[in-house]
Design a protein. Structure first.
Length: 89
């Protein structure tokens, strides 16, 4: 189960099929382990229905509970800059 948590911490929110492909586990095993992690409160899950070539794909979207990834390096937008106080004349 630790490998699933490590993968989610490194990659953020992922589908169960992506976790299975990255860790080499079967989809059924990933879903069982994610369910156990959810019961412990370690991960948050959400049912996700996606369409690929007109075919419905039922998946589980997972992320680590309470984990906020560090900000990406580089310039930040001006929207995040602190506002300057206006002077009253």
């Amino acid at each position: 189960m630790q490998e699933i948590l490590d993968y989610l911490k490194g990659g953020g929110e992922r589908l169960d099929s992506e976790i299975a492909a990255a860790t080499g586990l079967s989809l059924a095993k990933v879903r069982r382990r994610v369910k156990d992690l959810q019961a412990r409160g370690a991960v948050m899950v959400c049912r996700s229905i996606r369409y690929k070539d007109g075919k419905e794909i039922d998946a589980v979207l997972c992320r680590v509970a309470g984990y906020i990834p560090p900000a990406a390096p580089g310039r930040k937008s001006k929207a995040h800059a602190p506002a300057k106080a206006a002077s009253a004349d």
